[in-house]
Design a protein around this ligand. Structure first.
Ligand code: ZN
Length: 289
């Protein structure tokens, strides 16, 4: 009996793989969020951004007009500025290309249960997916859901806004169940799986400051900030199948800690899957001769 169940499981996994192998681009797409054509990805994880600081050099909770901003070339920090790298993904909120940012309905894009419904300094809506990972949608103007609601990818979750931000847009970030920031792309991918339990998450994890933590530090020499974080290497997390073949790419990270967390999260979420995960180091810059 167990053998038959195992066989069914293997077949299910195989079907799953065929579907996933067709697309190795695991980035979140605006259409998954139900956003119209004019809305595009505007900020990628790990880009360098400039923030205003107070008298003691701490980043201001409420950033003034024009801040934070993303730099595209090397930049000299002013006295009251500091640099951070962006850990989430930003989407613009425009009905059509070239039109003004407007509050728009957006969809969850994932299966989960609502654990925070749009309150707090960033208007955060938090959805917990099946393995305990928390996916957070920031800067919302309003929520169409309440705590405890079970959502599916097509559920209209809320309205984009500018709560805690300068411009109307949608920022998506993610935390694993231990409270560590993980790739939002990976969380979205895991969130395509249906919810099984609605175990309550730790209250402290429901919200986290989008500017507080990023695994990649901005590159600086004195007051000069480099436009790109330019890590020397990245870690690719893969699931290895028979014959050492890569069955799945789970994500890419700029530090080993995040990569190993990703691998552990995946393994814990798939206890019946005997395939191994591997964190592979990839050099991004050629070695100097
Ligand atoms: Zn953002």
């Amino acid at each position: 009996m167990f053998r038959r169940q195992a066989l069914v499981l293997v077949l299910l996994l195989a079907t799953d793989l065929v579907a996933q192998e067709a697309s190795w681009d695991y980035r979140i797409k605006p259409e998954q969020l139900g956003l119209p054509k004019g809305s595009v990805r505007t900020s990628e994880p790990f880009v360098t951004r400039i923030y205003r600081t107070d008298a003691v050099g701490s980043v201001l909770t409420k950033q003034p007009q024009g801040y934070p901003f993303t730099i595209t070339k090397d930049y000299v920090l002013k006295e009251d500025e500091d640099s951070r790298t962006h850990q989430g993904v930003d989407f613009s909120s425009r009905p059509e290309t070239g039109e003004k940012p407007t509050p728009l309905d957006f969809k969850a894009g994932i299966h989960g249960v609502v654990v925070k419904a749009g309150d707090g300094p960033w208007g955060t809506i938090t959805v917990q997916i099946y393995d305990g990972t928390l996916v957070q949608y920031l800067h919302t103007l309003a929520s169409h859901v309440k705590v405890g609601d079970v959502v599916a990818p097509n559920t209209i979750l809320g309205v984009t806004g500018r709560t805690g931000a300068g411009v109307i847009h949608l920022h998506i970030q993610a935390k694993d169940k231990h409270g560590n920031a993980i790739s939002p792309e990976l969380a979205f991918r895991l969130g395509q799986k249906k919810l099984q339990s609605t175990e309550k998450p730790d209250k402290d994890l429901l919200e986290f400051d989008p500017d507080l933590y990023s695994p990649v530090k901005a590159k600086t020499v004195g007051r000069m900030v480099s436009a790109t974080a330019e890590p020397d290497l990245k870690w690719v997390v893969e699931v290895i199948g028979s014959g050492g073949k890569v069955d799945l790419v789970l994500g890419e990270f700029f530090d080993y800690q995040s990569a190993s967390r990703c691998a552990v999260t995946w393994s814990e979420a798939h206890p019946d899957d005997l395939r191994l995960t591997r964190e592979r180091e990839v050099k991004l810059k050629p070695e100097k001769p």
